[in-house]
Ligand binder design. Structure first.
Ligand code: FES
Length: 202
């Protein structure tokens, strides 16, 4: 299974250079890995461990804390439907059942064509727009069942360029030009900060 490709190794080195310690770059690097394959592969985690100088177990230990990182193949579109209280009161559960019927899968499942993964999720901080859902973490608000079916048709036909494939965090890649870096050195180079030395000698 996939390690990072050549272009992403180059990107990874650029990201690592922004941090005083290599391992501090781990979270953005996990996003790079997830963007490449739609999920974080075991080989990618081993590769990240080599790149930042920690063990694969440490990479997994960090990544598995975060719900957004997935460790097995996902649909191209992850549909997260909220069934917490505000959404539930305004039809969130019925929307989820409708989605199950439309897509022919249960929460946690992926359609046979690999296009959609369905999830039943907790509040996504858009309670005033209930019932709502996210596709690849992009919100859709106040949906009735017809709106849901329209959304699925649009995704199937590729007419939603505003929603990228699962794993893509931003549509625009951040590049920090040379000379604009924060230039922070690690404590190994600079020594402990004064406030820390003062506190530890008390
Ligand atoms: S309860 Fe659904 S977004 Fe808050």
């Amino acid at each position: 299974m996939s390690r990072l490709n050549e272009a992403n190794v180059e990107l990874a080195q650029e990201i690592i250079a922004r941090y005083p310690r290599r391992k501090s770059a781990l979270i953005p690097l996990l996003h790079v890995a997830q963007e490449q394959n739609g999920y974080v592969t075991t080989a990618a985690m081993e590769h990240l461990a080599e790149l930042v100088g920690i063990t694969p177990a440490e990479v997994l230990g960090t990544a598995s804390f975060y719900e957004m990182f997935k460790f097995e193949p996902q649909g191209k579109y992850m549909v997260n439907i909220c069934t917490n209280i505000s959404c539930q009161l305004l039809g969130g559960e019925e929307l989820l059942h409708h989605a199950e019927k439309t897509l022919g899968i249960r929460p946690g499942g992926t359609t046979d064509d690999g296009l959609f993964t369905l999830e039943d999720v907790e509040c996504m901080a858009a309670c005033t727009e209930a019932p709502c859902l996210q596709v690849n973490y992009r919100h859709e608000y106040r949906l009735d069942h017809d709106d849901f079916d329209t959304l699925i048709s649009e995704l199937r036909s590729g007419s939603r360029p505003d929603i990228p494939d699962h794993g893509t965090l931003g549509l625009v890649r951040q590049h920090i030009p040379d000379g604009r870096m924060a230039g922070i050195d690690s404590p190994e180079k600079t020594g402990s900060p004064e406030w820390f030395t003062a506190r530890s000698s008390n």
